[in-house]
Design a protein around this ligand. Sequence first.
Ligand code: HEC
Length: 271
Amino acid sequence: MNRFKTLGLAALVAASFIAGQAMAAGGHDTKTPERQSWSFGGPFGTFDRAQLQRGFKVFREVCANCHSANRIAFRNLSQAGGPEFSEAQVKALAAEYKVKDGPGDDGNMFERPGRPADRWPAVYANAEAAKATLGAVPPDLSVIAKARSYSRGFPLFLVDPIIQYQEHGVDYIYSLLALGYDDPKDPNHNSYFPGGRIGMGAPLSDGQVEYTDGTPETVKSYARDVAAYLMWMAEPKLEERKKTGFRVMAFLILFAGLLYFTKKRVWAGAH
Ligand code: HEC
């Protein structure tokens, strides 16, 4: 009986291995994203404020020219656990944008300067308008870092749920932006995009965004920083969640210890 179980398990493992290989082959020349180390990874991870602020700069100056991010409001940028800009900075930033409001007393919509409570304004009114100009629909970036995932194939996919590896999305975004455009003859080739051809030309180039803290102004730094920023947008309460998780674990361990000693005491004279 036991032999059969072992055999069955071996067959299952072999089958999933073959399925994994077949899936990888099906994606043509799609590569598996490179795993990066992130400050916010692991059970105690926290965001690097300076990195989020740089990432926001890249997002604002480059990505937001095409992509929307309609789930964040300006004021989120000053909240704890994020880039933590000051309230004055956020107020000034919001005021640089024009926001549609209304209808006013005359029944017409009007434009006014943005306020911290406004959502991040999109350049294109809708997906059709964006497609008409860009040729493809740029997805909203609010939760993209969590929406993109992939199996790292055998054997890592067995370990990922155990080690709670949740940075697939950011690894993918980093690889897509920093490493994927590797065919000089085809500007729409991207080794990490499913299928290998993407409707977005390489959005980043060295020196494009100015950094004031000495971080190198390279495609790789921009890609890392903007990926981290997209992770914060997708999970603004990440730090809180990890803190709570740690407290719960500490409590459970303490509680288990107390139960153990109580049990010992209660049963001490039982035999
Ligand atoms: C010139 C416009 C433009 C700019 C600038 C731009 N993108 Fe895109 N992006 C697009 C379009 C269009 C698509 C859709 C491509 C497709 O579906 O083939 C896209 C797709 C994507 C995707 C989706 C990939 C997927 O798995 O579906 C991500 C992630 C992305 N962009 C991130 C970024 C980031 C981060 C930046 C800033 C560094 C950026 N983009 C700048 C136009 C742009």
